[in-house]
Design a binder for this molecule. Structure first.
Ligand SMILES: [Zn+2]
Ligand SMILES: [Zn+2]
Length: 131
């Protein structure tokens, strides 16, 4: 019982920490930042991240191997992330016609997608305007 309670707390601590950061964080960065809160084992961090990812409260950006909080506005729409390679800013977008296209594609091929996430790398408006 006590262990379940502790796991829950760890997830909340990781979530709050991520929420206050503008950019996605790697497990290593989380571990460094949360050491003062008593999270010293990477497995603790990974378990919390897995739990939060499975419940949809955070997303894993595979191409960065980092995590970011969800905009919590999905309505079963597929997340599209714009990732700025200059400043590291990541923005989550949801688009219904895009989501429909992906659904149609999967239906046609019989593929069963596992919570698809799309990642687009480039430069954000802030960075392109400062050139
Ligand atoms: Zn999301
Ligand atoms: Zn940028």
């Amino acid at each position: 019982m006590e262990k379940i309670h502790k796991d829950f707390n760890n997830s909340e601590i990781v979530f709050e920490y991520l929420k206050n950061k503008a950019n996605p964080l790697t497990a290593y960065e989380l571990l460094n930042g949360l050491r003062s809160k008593g999270m010293i084992a990477p497995t603790t961090i990974y378990r919390a991240l897995e739990k939060l990812t499975n419940s949809g409260r955070i997303h894993k950006i595979e191409s960065l191997n980092a995590w970011t909080v969800c905009c919590e506005n999905h309505n079963k729409k597929t997340a599209i992330f714009e990732i700025c390679d200059d400043c590291g800013n990541v923005t989550e977008h949801l688009d219904s016609s895009f989501t429909e296209s992906i659904k149609k594609l999967s239906k046609r091929t019989g593929f069963l997608p596992n919570k698809p996430i799309f990642e687009i790398h480039g430069q954000c408006a802030n960075c392109t305007s400062s050139i």
